[in-house]
Each structure stands twice: as structure tokens, then as C-alpha cells.
Write a protein that binds this ligand. Structure first.
Ligand code: 13P
Ligand code: ZN
Length: 271
């Protein structure tokens, strides 16, 4: 059996948590990550029959039965993930009936998976229904997106257009735009269901006054997606601080960009 601390997926999770922390997007225990792993890959490092603990869930995850995930722990600080992976993350498998998880590694000292597991798992189910390559969900408290949710219209079309206009690359990176939810209590099935519904058509969902959810096929892509939207929100903050827009990327510019990069913007979002 190989040393699990040498596993590429552990290293990538540590690096991602570290980067999120260094950007200031995951203060204290803010943020969480879940990442679907291959059974064969996990099997190189762990005896997958050796269940350390069973963990009940508050919703039915039958659609993810037998899938393996590495997830961050609830109440754990991203600041500490790199130094102490097994105390801050865990590898779990969803039981056949979808009601419980088998803990195979980590989440030491009785720690539970992130309280946002309903939103993560429901999002995975949604994304897998439209994209078989989906593997990652990241939630973080991206500073400028969060700030923008206090000052900008929360209409998804307005919000998306503003981000697309703030940096030429944005439309290419997220032509599917961003969804914006109403404010809902975090950690609940209700916010999970609303997030997952939006995730059928988008890979980025804004939780106003809280943060953002992003999804993708690997950690780099998902991190990069959030980073790009967050950068646009940061530019928007500077633009506002510098006195507002004097000239801008036009809708025709955005249409030309979409044609050149062969991406399809959300229908009806460009005039
Ligand atoms: P957890 O510590 O349970 O992952 O929660 C952090 C968070 O960001 C809640 O939205
Ligand atoms: Zn949060």
C-alpha cells in the first residue's frame, strides 16, 4: 500500500486549500471542498473495506451511491490543511441507501464532513446530470464577489453581464454566466436544492452576502473559474472606487469574442 500523504489528490487538495486561504477567501473555517475520487485510485493507498466510522447525513444521496469523495471537515481551518491533512479532510464513500457515509481515512478526532455537504452533494448530482466529467465543488467566501452582492443588482443577467464586462477573458471562461440565489440559511437542504437547481445551467452560483459555489472537472479548473469571476469583481470594485465606468467592453465586442473563441453566451444575455 502506498503512503496516502503522497497521493496526488491529497497534495492537490492541500494546495487548493492553501491558495484559497492565502487569497483571504477562507477565513477561519470558511469554505469547503468536495472532490470525487476513483475507487481504483483510492485503492492504491487505502483498504477500501476498512471502514473507520459511519456518518449519517441529513438528506438522501442515493444518486451518489458507492462514490468516493475527499471532503473538508466542518469547523476546520483551511489555514491548517497543508500541515495536518488527516485532521482537516476525510475520504468517504456514500452507502448504497444514500443515508450514511463510510469514513475510510481522515476526519480524525470525530470530526464531521463540512456542514455544506447537502449543497455539495446535490450540486454534484446536478452537474453529473449535465456533465459526466464533473468532479469538484468548491465553496468559498470570495471577498469582492461577496462585497458586490451588497452593492450590485442581484438579477443574474445584470450580475453576469457586469462580470463579463470587467475583464475580456471572463466571457470565454464562463459563457454560462453566474446564477444568484436569494439569501438562504447555509448548511440546509433548502440552500442545497436551490444551488443544485441553478447548477443545471451554470457552474458558478453566488450566495449573496456569503460567498460563491464553483464546479468543474478538476481542482485547478474549478479554482480558476472562481478566481476569474472574483478577479472581475475586484476590478469592478476598483472601477467604482475610481469614479465609475467611462468606457466599456460593448455587447458587440462580447459577441465577437464569443465567435472567435467558439463559446455560447447565455441566450438573451447580450443585446
Ligand atoms: P464548514 O466549516 O461546515 O465547512 O462551513 C464553512 C462555511 O463556509 C459555511 O458556509
Ligand atoms: Zn460559507
Amino acid at each position: 500500500m502506498k503512503n496516502i500523504l503522497e497521493a496526488p489528490f491529497i497534495k492537490e487538495m492541500c494546495e487548493t486549500a492553501e491558495n484559497l486561504y492565502r487569497h483571504g477567501w477562507d477565513e477561519r473555517n470558511g469554505g469547503n471542498i468536495s472532490y470525487i475520487l476513483d475507487e481504483a485510485e483510492v485503492g492504491k493507498y487505502l483498504d477500501v473495506k476498512d471502514v473507520k466510522r459511519e456518518i449519517p447525513m441529513i438528506f438522501n444521496a442515493e444518486n451518489l451511491a458507492d462514490k468516493y469523495f475527499i471532503v473538508t471537515g466542518t469547523g476546520r481551518y483551511f489555514k491548517n490543511v497543508m500541515a495536518h491533512p488527516s485532521e482537516n479532510m476525510g475520504i468517504v464513500r456514500v452507502q448504497k441507501n444514500g443515508q450514511k457515509l463510510d469514513l475510510l481515512w481522515g476526519l480524525e478526532n470525530g470530526i464531521l464532513p463540512t456542514s455544506e455537504l447537502p449543497s455539495h452533494f446535490m450540486t454534484h448530482i446536478s452537474r453529473l446530470s449535465v456533465d459526466l466529467e464533473n468532479k469538484v465543488v468548491i465553496h468559498c467566501h470570495a471577498t469582492h464577489l461577496l462585497a458586490m452582492s451588497f452593492t450590485h443588482s442581484l438579477d443574474a443577467r445584470d450580475f453576469t453581464r457586469r462580470l463579463w464586462q470587467m475583464c475580456t477573458e471572463c466571457l470565454v471562461v464562463f459563457p454560462d454566466g453566474v446564477a444568484v440565489l436569494p439569501w438562504i440559511v447555509p448548511g440546509t437542504n433548502e440552500i442545497g436544492e436551490a444551488t443544485a437547481e441553478s447548477m443545471k445551467a451554470h457552474r458558478l452560483v453566488i450566495w449573496p452576502f456569503h460567498g460563491v459555489y464553483g464546479t468543474g472537472k478538476d481542482l485547478d479548473e474549478t479554482y480558476g473559474l472562481i478566481e476569474t469571476a472574483e478577479k472581475a469583481a475586484e476590478v469592478y470594485t476598483y472601477v467604482q472606487a475610481q469614479g465609475g465606468v467611462k468606457q466599456a467592453i460593448t455587447d458587440q465586442n462580447l459577441k465577437d469574442l464569443a465567435a472567435a473563441f467558439h463559446v455560447m453566451p447565455v441566450p438573451g444575455y447580450l443585446d
